[in-house]
Design a protein around this ligand. Sequence first.
Ligand code: CTP
Length: 400
Amino acid sequence: MNEFQGKRIVLGVTGGVAAYKAAELVRLLVKAGAEVDVVLTAAGAQFVGAATFQALTGRRVWQALWDERMDNGMAHIDLTRGAAALLVAPATADFLAKLSHGFADDLLSTLCLARDCPLLVAPAMNRQMWENPATRRNVAQLGADGVRVLGPAHGEQACGEVGDGRMLEAAELLDDLYASLQAKTLSGKRVLLTAGPTFEALDPVRGLTNSSSGKMGFSLARACVEVGAEVTLIAGPVALATPRGVRRVDVQSALQMRDAVMRTVSGQDVFVGVAAVADYRPRQVAADKVKKGTASLVLELDANPDILAEVAALPDAPFCVGFAAESRDLAMYAEGKRVAKKLGLVVGNLVQDGLGGDTNAVTLFDAAGAHVLPPADKVEVARGIVAHIVALMEKSHGQA
Ligand code: CTP
């Protein structure tokens, strides 16, 4: 994904052992299309050398306030002009203290003060330094000054202790940086989603399920967080990490999924049913493991409730979005489901184009007709779907 294409990021690296993660972050940023200018403090250079960053960015690293490359001697001002963001990762306790007081005694601190773009910091320090009242004060002050603080995470530290203060991983920083650059089109809105398959038990070890990976639903949850929504994700059994900032509720069966949705739905602005909910469940769930022995076995199944249809029929229903995975006649079936379930939008795809994989090709069906999204990575497709939901909600709001 070229999500940073055409963007220049200034990355400040201060003197902490987490500086090694900054090298990986640079690699990911460059891979995502960004131009990266690395500004290394004297202490930062003790941990990772300028040559590493230079090789990864293909650009000279900035270290001195009086760098000859800027004709006007204004590196401290010019470097952030036109940059999409200035991210300091790792940001040590000492650097946060300097920043919160507005010190400007080297290139990076001066750039932070004279910046012309959003400033983000990723703290990295020993847990006692993080918990120290001085650091707490400085971080609170930075937040109040409009600086975005990313992390830190909880976990094992270089000093051997366990606690808060670890710098976020490079991939997490990349995601947070991307999110921080997005317009908050769903700010103040609450989104509820279902994702993954359901598992309908037959006995203590067996059940009926399907091959839904949950990736599309999880990508949608992430895309909603990126644009500022408060997101709850009701997930069937999947092996996926929870997107950052998402409240996740794990369930197994369709009935459990329905209960979890109904407990949460009040006050939600949007409901997206992405889950591949089993249409039927075994009538009997055997208390003990069923033994083989008979030549054939007949299963009796009962229909499961249609969660999406139930939500859409609520008196104060949120804006409802459904998915239609079909093997043929996509437009006819998807449009049929949209009308039958009274949905604002149906996302249709041909199963051969998407189920289980990392990419998807979808068509959006709404009251105005069909809109084809270009085939892409599921995260990219999710962002396209969210943009469409926002546009539809704005339109209906304008008409109200
Ligand atoms: N859905 C739901 N609860 C169910 C079944 C489906 O919430 N019990 C939701 C899915 O999350 C999806 C949409 O409804 O958004 C799918 O519609 P549906 O007509 O049920 O699809 P299929 O189950 O695939 O239907 P069919 O087998 O008839 O094609």
